[in-house]
Design a protein around this ligand. Sequence first.
Ligand SMILES: *[C@@H]1O[C@H](CO)[C@@H](O)[C@H](O)[C@H]1NC(C)=O
Length: 390
Amino acid sequence: MHTVIWLTMPAALVALAVGILIQLDLNPLSWGVLADLPSAAQIIDQKAFNALSIVPPPLHANALTVFLWPGVTQESLTARPFHIYDKEFYDIIGPNPSLTLIATSETDPIFHEAVVWYPPSDEVFFVQNAGARAAGTGLAKSSIIQKISLAEAEAVRTSSNQKDEVTVTVVPSNPQVINPNGGTNYKNQVIFAGEGQGPDVPSALYLMNPQEPYNTTVLLNNYFGRQFNSLNDVVVHSGNGDIYFTDTLYGFLQDFRPAPGLRNQVYRLSLATGAVTVVADDFTLPNGKSQFEDGYRFDVKKDGTWENRKTFAYVAAGIPDGIHCDSKGNVYAGCADGVHVWNPSGKLIGKIYTGTKAANFQFAGQGRMIITGQTKLFYVTLAASGAALT
Ligand SMILES: *[C@@H]1O[C@H](CO)[C@@H](O)[C@H](O)[C@H]1NC(C)=O
């Protein structure tokens, strides 16, 4: 459910720190020439809302509301879902991007987070929301892991299999990963961050075999004998191979974990030595009233520690959740109305507008992306590709 940017920030920093930040060539097409506009894209003229005749007070216009400015409607924004805020976005979407709804769920938020691509079978794994009322998960039962096939997603996109939805398969991890929330590909296995359950099932990092029998091994479930609060997200640094993960109090806020015994911080685990170290702390605590969050970036030093905390971006729609970079260092975040894209300097250059909360997403190889929208699952084709897997 709620995740704020620092929780997933390691993904951004990894790519920011190790990605090659190339200067994008200026698009040879002149800005705004309609002939060059892909049919699924529209240009957003930001000057159209720089000076509004009415600017509503915070009670009516805030991070939880959708911003519709004069001349646009929810329908017009979803009809052409690739929103070009800056011409740099042309290179990201390419000439023929597509956004396809490939699966839906009535109310149960089964398409939540931990979106992980597994190249050998070309499948994408993801998890149900842990702690959401509509899911009935948390204390009563664990959130589940599911997967889809990308070949099927492509068949739905091109309507070649006469089906309008992909098959969503439950993955029976064994022993079960309890309340998974974050996940990442690690050497073609999957690492999940599980939030734990009640006072006796500790939050843990699990390694799962992505093939039958989906057997799992607990990698870490304590900090020198003390339980983590509720691990939220996990990423592997492609440079040093270490595992960076975030610990938060969402399990407590959602009533399925005890009051936190540790500070909310970001940790690093070295699988080579077993060493667990803290790399960052002092983040604003999530505040139930104000849901505004900044995003930060850090540099990863040679020794694996972080420095140069810097504000990266401030999201205007909802709380940024999953964050990932593409191969060129552009930063993508799942937000209240879709996936927002910033260039490496933090300028908003475009959106993939789902019109619904994009809880998380993941690149799945060359020019493909899966977006988890709680009760909706989307398949995107575009020009950009994700940062290399580790
Ligand atoms: C799964 O089981 C196989 C066979 O016993 C073992 O080699 C592998 O390490 C296990 N993987 C995990 C993630 O536990």
